[in-house]
Design a protein around this ligand. Structure first.
Ligand SMILES: [Zn+2]
Length: 71
């Protein structure tokens, strides 16, 4: 029983971290969603777990994928 609860919590954590993924381009200072076609460039090496975190770091949203804060 306890094992099942632990497994369930782990899955919830994984789901939460997978859904809130943003990539930052350290050269252009753009925020991309992880599935943006520009998110795989060589300068897109900065990972953010939230949009706000990226904004606080001085990044601006990409005009193609238009990343938005949750809620
Ligand atoms: Zn983008």
């Amino acid at each position: 029983m306890i094992k099942q609860i632990l497994l369930f919590s782990a899955m919830l954590l994984l789901a939460a971290s997978a859904q809130a993924g943003f990539v930052g381009n350290r050269s252009s200072k753009k925020i991309h969603t992880e599935n943006c076609r520009y998110a795989n460039c060589k300068d897109c090496t900065v990972k953010f777990s939230s949009y706000q975190q990226a904004k606080n770091a001085g990044y601006v949203p990409c005009k193609v994928c238009k990343p938005k804060p949750k809620n």
